[in-house]
Design a protein around this ligand. Sequence first.
Ligand SMILES: NC(=O)c1ccc[n+]([C@@H]2O[C@H](COP(=O)([O-])OP(=O)(O)OC[C@H]3O[C@@H](n4cnc5c(N)ncnc54)[C@H](O)[C@@H]3O)[C@@H](O)[C@H]2O)c1
Length: 318
Amino acid sequence: MADKNSEQQVGIVGSGLIGHSFAMIYAASGYRVQIYDIKPEQVQHALSTIDEQLEHLAKNGLLRGKLTVKEQRSLITGTNDLAECVKDAFFIQECVYEDLDLKRGVHAKIDGLCKDDAIIASSASALIPSLISQNLKHKNRFIVCHPTNPPFYAPLVEVIPAPWTDPDVVVTTKQLLAETGQVPVIVKKEIDGFVLNRIQYSIIGECWRLYEEGVMSVEDIDKVMSEGLGRRYAFMGPLETAYLNADGMYNYGDKYREMIYRVQCTFGAPRKMEGPTLDKIQNELTSRIPLDQLNERRKWRDIRLASLQKLKNDLDKK
Ligand SMILES: NC(=O)c1ccc[n+]([C@@H]2O[C@H](COP(=O)([O-])OP(=O)(O)OC[C@H]3O[C@@H](n4cnc5c(N)ncnc54)[C@H](O)[C@@H]3O)[C@@H](O)[C@H]2O)c1
C-alpha cells in the first residue's frame, strides 16, 4: 500500500459512535489512525465494531475508497495513551461527550501534547468553538467539525472556526474532509446549534406541536418527511426546491409569501419535549420499533443511506 496519506497520522480522542466512524472515514482515504479513549475497553469495542462494519460494507459492495478491508483495517490502531494518539498527528478529531467542562479539560491535555502546526478539531454538536478553545495555547489551530449522524453514511460536516482560528486551518480542514468523501460546509459565524441543528430543531418543534394538537399520528408525521419533503431534500435543499417550485425565487415570493407568512405566524412559542406528549410519542414509536430492535433498525437505515449515496454517485457520473 504505497499511499502518501499513510505517512500522515490522524488522532481520534474518544472512541464512541462518532469516534469510530471518523476512524473508518480517515482510514478509507489511506490515513493512519490512532484511536484513544479514557476507557481502554471502549477502544477494544471500537476496534471490533470497525472490524464488523468493514466486513458488512464489503459484503454489500459499499466499501469506501480504493483500499481493501485488510488495508483499511491495518491503518487503524488503538492506544491507551493520549500522547501516543496525538503527538505525531497532523489532524486530531476529539469525539468525547458533549460537555463543556469535559471538552475543555480534554483539549487542555491535547494542547500540551500536540505539534504546533496540528489541526485540533472537535466533533461538538452545539458547543461553539470559542467557548471550548478560549484558554488554549494552540487556540489558533482549533476548529469544530460537526458531523451528521451516522457520519459514515450521511456525509455533511459543519466546519465552524472560532474568531481566532488561522485561515489555513479552515482551508486544510475543508480539503481533508472533501478528500475523504465527506461534504464540508462552513458556518461563518458562531451561533448556538450551528445550522444543521437549528433547522433540525425547528422541524422537530413543529412535528411536536402538530402531534400535541392532534393533527396527525407519529407515523404519518414521519411519512410527510420520508415520502414527501425528504424525497426532494435528499437531492436539493429547501431554497432550490422553492426556486424550482415556481419560476424562480421572485415568482415563488409573489405566489406564496403571504401564505407562508400567515402560516409561520401560527408557529407559536417553543415547547419542551416532556410530559404526556413525550409518553405518547414514545409509546407510538416503541409499538412499531421496540427498543431492543434499535440496532437492527439502525442497520436497516445505514444500508439505505449507503445505497442512496451510491445512487447519487452514479447519477452524478452521467
Ligand atoms: N451521536 C450523534 O448523533 C452525534 C452527531 C454529531 C456530533 N456528535 C458529537 O460527537 C461527540 C461524541 O459523541 P458520541 O455520540 O460519539 O458519544 P459516545 O457517548 O458514543 O462516545 C463518547 C466517548 O468519549 C469517551 N470519553 C469520555 N471522556 C473521555 C476523556 N476524558 N478522554 C477520552 N475519551 C473520553 C467515552 O468513553 C466514550 O467512548 C459529542 O460532542 C456529540 O455531541 C454526536
